[in-house]
Design a protein around this ligand. Structure first.
Ligand code: GCO
Ligand code: MG
Length: 418
């Protein structure tokens, strides 16, 4: 079975998505997600100019060989652009192989290890009242685990917090039916939006928020929190310790994790479980974190980590150290990337939890999915392959729009991690 065509489809229904569609000489097609939020054109060019021409004529069944060829023959390795492009190819080939086998993809990964995939949703609020409403809304949607992100007094806009309906100057996409339900960090604008940040104010405020949430929602509900790389190691250690009474499922990205050693210090001071890795793109980024058991959950997405083939290797390595999966699943992972994650989640033994932000109606009109979300659990469905189709005509109705993620400045003007 030879690859005959490789098309890169860019569409922007509720946000930008990059999809690779491979067509074989048997007529079987496969889809892969290469979306890199805020830097989409770089992946499009990498795929169109450097990768697609090399795929034509290759045996579609040789997934591992194609992966190694793309990784090693480029000479320049790793990096988010390269690894997102390789991921798109890898996932499209797994989709094709599973369709050729007439099986849902998870069967080729070893079959189901569980009946459903526990998902967590994004609860957030500028105030405690709005946060409680948001948690309740997610519970009504079925979520049985909730990430908690809160406003901080004195700061305008904060990562992970849906802006108050009363906030002025907040650009949301008025066309999106879900605009006020979901936090969407990338903004369609010519320049990255600027946000403000103050770590001391955040550290003072957050433990009280978790205390209030535990008092209101009880001890059972798994609660998560994302620090989005903003703390120094000692600040992260302090936060982890302060949050211990509230029994977090995990504290995510507490430090900028390029510095793997930083987690040693955090670990020495707290038993709050640590999750990291959404900005990583290869097993090398995890080497020390996993072998020294400095983390509890791997946060990589299939989309940014070289696809199913490479993320599987990271997760198998992690399994030897009792470290579990927590695959990245915000809305900037397309339904194709999400479906790939679900097949992997269902098959691996060391599954932890799956992040899930439902896509908007326009996105779902472009990508028809077989996955389901029932009473807090996701399932990839039983259709052969990934179980996702892309309606090319619908995709064409939503052309690419420049969008940027925000960045942070401290009070004195210093740029800070966002
Ligand atoms: C998460 C992430 C996202 C990122 C986003 C950037 O935990 O889901 O932190 O919200 O900010 O993927 O594009
Ligand atoms: Mg995160």
């Amino acid at each position: 079975m030879r690859i005959e065509q490789a098309e890169v489809i860019v569409t922007s229904p509720d946000r930008n998505f990059i999809t690779l569609k491979l067509t074989t000489d048997t007529g079987i097609t496969g889809l892969g997600d290469g979306t890199l939020n805020g830097r989409e054109p770089a992946v499009v060019s990498y795929l169109k100019d450097s990768v697609a021409p090399l795929l034509i004529g290759r045996d579609a069944h040789q997934i591992e060989d194609t992966w190694q060829f793309l990784y090693r023959s480029a000479y320049w390795r790793r990096g988010p652009v390269t690894m997102a492009a390789i991921s798109a190819v890898d996932v499209a080939l797994w989709d094709i192989k599973a369709k050729a086998a007439g099986m849902p993809l998870y069967q080729l990964l070893g079959g189901a290890s569980r009946t459903g995939i526990l998902a967590y949703g994004h609860g957030s609020g500028a105030s405690t009242e709005e946060l409680f409403d948001s948690i309740r809304m997610h519970q009504e949607m079925g979520f049985q685990a909730i990430r908690v992100q809160s406003g901080v007094p004195g700061l305008r806009a904060i990562y992970g917090v849906t802006p108050s309906k009363t906030d002025a100057g907040v650009v949301t996409d008025p066309g999106s039916p879900d605009a006020d339900q979901h936090y969407e960090p990338a903004q369609r604008a010519a320049r990255p939006p600027e946000e403000d940040w103050d770590t001391r104010a955040y550290l003072r405020h957050l433990p009280g928020v978790f205390e209030a949430v535990r008092n209101e929602f009880g001890p059972d509900l798994p609660l998560l929190h994302d620090g989005h790389h903003r703390m120094t190691p000692i600040q992260a250690a302090k936060l982890g310790k302060a949050l211990e009474p509230y029994d977090l499922f995990w504290l995510e990205d507490c430090t900028p994790a390029e510095n793997q050693e930083a987690l040693r210090l955090v670990r020495q001071h707290t038993t709050t479980p640590l999750a990291i890795g959404e900005v990583f793109n290869s097993v090398w980024d995890y080497r020390q974190l996993i072998s020294e058991q400095l983390i509890d959950y791997v946060r990589s997405s299939v989309t940014h980590t070289g696809g199913i083939s490479h993320l599987r290797k990271i997760l198998d390595f992690a399994a030897q150290y009792q470290i579990k999966s927590g695959i990245h699943g915000p809305t900037d992972i397309s339904p194709v990337g999400m479906a790939a994650a679900l097949h992997l989640d269902l098959a691996i033994h060391n599954f932890g939890i799956q992040e899930y932000m439902p896509h908007g109606q326009r996105t779902n009109s472009v990508f028809q999915q077989s996955y389901s979300f029932i009473e807090g659990y996701l399932h990839p469905g039983e259709r052969p392959g990934l179980g996702v189709d892309l309606d090319v005509d619908a995709a064409g109705r939503y052309p690419y729009e420049t969008a940027y993620l925000p960045f942070n400045r401290l009070k004195d003007g210093t740029v800070h991690d966002w």
